[in-house]
Design a protein. Structure first.
Length: 215
């Protein structure tokens, strides 16, 4: 996916947010006490592919939150070129393996400007780290049947990001998070993604839409 398409996705998502004095200086009302726990799903997109994940959060204070998240995403080689055949099927010349990333990370989220912005906009920075399972399947085989020949490798990594939660609902959670993932294979392992081309690092920027519930 081109960077232009990702930017359009962000702008579209922002237009869905109700205009409730987002980003304006707050008067003096008491801050809303949001529930301390949250669970939900992450919808992820990057130039390396799409992904889906889940998260569990626990607030330690008004501004500091701990979390654990798990995701499953595709990791295409940035040198890969996709073509579309006569029947609308996509294919990549020279592609050897499909690569899938399954990170399990633990991290912290720090809310920013809580005393200056309304609770309708809650920006934050976050960071997480942990192990990553990396699965490869042969590209020449059909997508699902190829998992019968899957090979599993182990990597380590993490991400840093910034984002915001939107709205004043005390039950529904909606947010947007931009993350830079750094994922490195361990023990000198590499993966042949394209014929004769190997990778041991699968870093990428992901735009993540968070949808969940607070309790």
């Amino acid at each position: 996916m081109k960077l232009k398409s990702i930017i359009i996705l962000i702008l579209f998502f922002i237009t869905l947010i109700p205009a409730q004095k987002i980003g304006k200086i707050a008067p003096e009302p008491d801050p809303i006490m949001f529930p301390p726990n949250a669970w939900g799903v992450d919808l992820m997109v990057s130039e390396a592919g799409f992904g889906i994940g889940t998260f569990l959060r626990k607030s330690f204070s008004q501004n500091l939150t701990g979390f654990i998240d798990f995701s499953f995403s595709e990791a295409k080689d940035d040198r890969e070129v996709e073509y579309v055949d006569y029947y609308g099927q996509t294919y990549s010349i020279g592609k050897v393996n499909r690569v899938f990333l399954l990170p399990v990370y633990v991290g912290l989220q720090q809310r920013l400007f809580s005393e200056n912005l309304t609770d309708n906009l809650r920006p934050y920075i976050n960071a997480a780290a942990g192990p990553t399972t990396i699965i490869t399947t042969p590209y020449q085989k059909e997508f699902f049947s190829a998992f019968g020949d899957a090979i599993t490798k182990i990597g380590v990594g993490g991400y840093i990001g910034f984002g915001a939660n939107f709205g004043i609902s005390q039950s529904n959670l909606v947010g947007l998070n931009i993350r830079y993932y750094y994922i490195q294979l361990v023990d000198g392992n590499t993966i042949e993604t394209l014929r004769g081309k190997f990778k041991n690092n699968f870093s990428s920027v992901y735009i993540t839409i968070n949808i969940g519930m607070m309790y």
